[in-house]
Each structure stands twice: as C-alpha cells, then as structure tokens.
Design a binder for this molecule. Sequence first.
Ligand code: ADP
Length: 268
Amino acid sequence: MADDVLAGYRVTRQPYYRPVADEVALFEAAYSVRMPMMLKGPTGCGKTRFVEYMAWKLSRPLITVACHEDMTASDLVGRFLLEASGTRWQDGPLALAARHGAICYLDEVVEARQDTTVVIHPLTDNRRVLPLEKKGELVRAHPDFQIVISYNPGYQSLMKDLKQSTKQRFGALDFGYPEHAVEAEIVAHETGVSAEVADKLVAIAERARNLKGHGLDEGLSTRMLIHAGSLIAQGVSPLAACGVALVRPITDDPDMRDALDAAVATFF
Ligand code: ADP
C-alpha cells in the first residue's frame, strides 16, 4: 500500500554505472546501517548516476531534490494547500521519503540556506524523526529511509558552506573524474563514439583540468565530454562539437577560449 505512493520514484531499469573504486560496497554497507551519506566531488562526475544506480541495486525508491537558495524548509517538509473544501496537507519530498521509506537525495545541498538545511538534522541522528511543525506531527522515519546529499567542495565560501554540525552527521564518499581509461569507457558507452574518439576527448579534458585555478574555475566534467561525444555521434565535426560542448560553456575569456580551441585542434 505505502509503496504505491512511491511508485513513480522507483528505478525500474538498471542505470549504467561504471564503478570507479569500492564505492558500491561502501555505500551498501552504509545503507545497511542507514548511515546518512554525503557524495563529494565536482559537478558532472557521476554522483547523481551513482545514487540512481544504488537505489536500483538496493530496490529502494529514489526522491531527488535539486537544492537552490530560494528553497524553504516547507519545500522539503510540506505545506497546507488551500482547496475549495478547506485545507489539505501535502508532504514535501523529504517527508514523503521519510514516511514511506525512500532514499532522499538532496543534490547540491550547500545551495540551500542554512536554516533550511537544519530541518534534516533530526533525521540524521538516532532519533530518525521529522517534525512537521505546521501540522503538529512528528514523522518517524520508515526503516528503509536513507538521506543522501551531494556536495561540491570547490564551490564553498565562508558564506556558503555546510555547517560542521551538518557535515558531521554524514559518512562521505569522494568522487572525482575517473582515471583516463575508465572515463573513456564511460564516454564511449554513453555516446556511442569509438574508443579512439573517447580517448581523445578525455585527453582534452585532462589538459583543460590542469588549467583549473589558472584561468578556469572548474574542470571540464565527464558530463561535458558526453555532450561533445553525443554531438560527434550525430555527425557534427569533432572540432565544432568540442567548441560547442567543451570550450564555450566553460569560459567567457577570449584568450582562454583560443587556448582551449588550440588544444582541441592538436587532437582532432
Ligand atoms: P553529478 O551528479 O556528479 O553532477 P552526474 O551523475 O549527472 O554528475 O554525471 C554526469 C554524467 O556523466 C552522467 O549522466 C553519466 O552519463 C556520466 N557518468 C559519470 N560518471 C559515471 C560512471 N562512473 N558511470 C557511468 N556514467 C557516469
């Protein structure tokens, strides 16, 4: 019965996930004790895909929330809706997951304001409860419920960081760009380009990643390589595909753009 509520959140098809180290076994062990987990790493390196894969492997529904700075606690917990016949309570995604036993994935949680983040605290310690203050209800988390957050350590500033009191409630797994051969395998699998093209795309990314902190704020992500590969698989020339999917999105600086275009031209 309860599971029907979450029918739309089931991961029914196995997502493609290429394990990089022992993250699958570690996450399984963490889930078996329902440890709240933090997936750390730059954008586009596989965190979301990993949690989708783990939800499939553990046969748990997955409720994902993209966090942003205007998000309020009510967006997570729920609110009363006005209807013709009166008011009706609607669980937010966190309450839904806690009540019915889903994995709740809060993506880029550092984007949310700190007063929003603290609503997860009572769910992340032994209490495993979620107070719905407006409704006057204390939800006891379903035994299958787990909370997972993603966190990009590169983005934090003094204004925007997770409080220690939040961080210390989680176990954490580090994600980074996979090593060359593995990343090429992922790019080839996701886009259908040849191993040779995938290999070159990864080599370009590695060059660009060396420029992080020297004119580039972020490394070129696996996601961007997949964009480039998909364009190439559509018949776009590799030079144009890399311009559109790799170089233009990552920099607005004309000198950096020319330097990256030149790097691409040495491969294609
Ligand atoms: P993040 O959540 O870290 O921002 P995603 O999980 O959305 O990034 O990863 C971006 C894309 O990169 C995914 O859609 C997937 O195609 C690919 N990807 C990255 N790492 C892996 C991996 N280890 N196995 C399979 N696909 C991966």
